[in-house]
Design a protein around this ligand. Structure first.
Ligand code: NAD
Length: 332
């Protein structure tokens, strides 16, 4: 595995300012927008949540960034009203999974020949949607350990540190060079990005965390540590991760079940760190009545399982149960 690590250094300050559009400016989009803006890049925002867009147009994008109150007056467009003359070196996609395709359709006029398009959404298979709208050699995929939350329209809560793993979708020297340029840009803002050769492994591993903790805590109305304390927890997590691993094999990803289960149990059940947290899917559905991204996590495994002839009874059932719950709660 070739892994090249970048860290923020003085050289990063000499980086040329990039024209960056953040497509989807919820919690994570706000974090990236504010950090890249602070580093001197020209950041434009695009979003579909009208109340939020209006609040930002009026008062700027506001956040509590590690205890510091910050505000940035950034140009923002409703995604149905983008300005096609905007030049874009980089577009960062930060919608929820189920909003991705509509966003790509709306921002198509902003995707030029040299625009890099970076997807850091959690979940599996987003590249299949993106490549309907973006040439494959301009797509970069990855995931991030940064976190963020929304407080109200126009205002985010941004605490802690994180990192980003990314790679160009196609093996091509020019695409790889473009990915390194994006990494330099992200690192100029302290976003701690690194080129990760085995990016599908990183994406599948994170999807295993979401495919166990997000969906199970959402269904069981539990935080991660409380779920972890139940007697059946270990067996259920092993079964789900095994389904992910079987499907992953068909995409040349070698996901070690024991190691991944161990990673989930050591990290997610720890009451001193994140164990008491209710995952984002829990919050989306149970607290905000929003539809979930289950089709892009356990649902993606069930779908791909059918395609590859792999049995995925746990993922299939969990997907249906979450959809039942969405309907019972009239989620939108
Ligand atoms: P988010 O829900 O805050 O924002 C996503 C989109 O939903 C934005 O366009 C936002 O404007 C819109 N939205 C938010 N609240 C809304 C409301 N009440 N009504 C209508 N629209 C609303 O999502 P996020 O947390 O920024 O996550 C974006 C992507 O990043 C997801 O794919 C997620 O998996 C991934 N991600 C999130 C985190 C995290 O800590 N939040 C961490 C890593 C990856």
């Amino acid at each position: 595995i070739k892994e090249v690590k970048y860290t923020i250094n003085k050289k990063a300050r000499r980086i040329v300012s990039m024209n960056i559009t953040i497509a989807g400016v919820g919690a994570m989009g706000s974090r990236f927008a504010l950090m890249l803006h602070r580093a001197g890049h020209k950041v434009t925002l695009v979003d579909g949540w009208k109340e939020h867009v209006t609040a930002i147009q009026k008062d700027g994008l506001q956040a509590n960034l590690n205890g510091e109150e910050v505000v940035a007056k950034l140009p923002i467009y409703l995604q149905s009203e983008v300005d096609p003359t905007l030049s874009n070196d980089l577009i960062i996609l930060f919608t929820k999974a189920m909003q991705l395709e509509a966003m790509l359709a709306d921002i198509q006029p902003l995707i030029h020949d040299n625009t890099a398009v970076l997807c850091l959404l959690n979940g599996i298979g987003h590249e299949e949607v993106i490549e309907k709208y973006v040439p494959r050699n301009q797509i970069m995929i990855g995931n991030t350990m940064w976190t963020a939350g929304m407080e109200e329209p126009g205002r985010a809560k941004l605490f802690g540190n994180g990192s980003i793993a990314l790679k160009n979708l196609v093996a091509d020297p020019k695409a790889e060079q473009a990915a390194y340029k994006v990494i330099e840009t992200l690192n100029s803002a302290g976003l701690n990005a690194q080129y990760t050769e085995n990016i599908l492994y990183a994406i599948y591993k994170k999807a295993c965390v979401n495919g166990t903790m997000n969906s199970l805590c959402t269904l069981l109305l539990a935080n991660m540590a409380d779920f972890g304390d139940t007697t059946p927890a270990h067996n259920i997590v092993v079964k789900i991760v095994s389904e992910f691993a079987e499907v992953a094999k068909h995409e040349n990803v070698d996901l070690n079940v024991t190691e991944t289960v161990d990673y989930i149990e050591k990290n997610c059940y720890n009451r001193d760190t994140i164990g008491l947290h209710y995952p984002s899917m829990y919050q989306d559905l149970n607290e905000h009545n929003r539809l979930t991204k289950i089709d892009y996590i356990n649902g993606a495994i069930a779908r791909k399982g059918q395609q590859y002839g792999v049995d995925t009874p746990y993922c299939a059932l969990i997907t249906e149960l979450v959809h039942c719950k969405e309907q019972l709660l009239c989620a939108k």
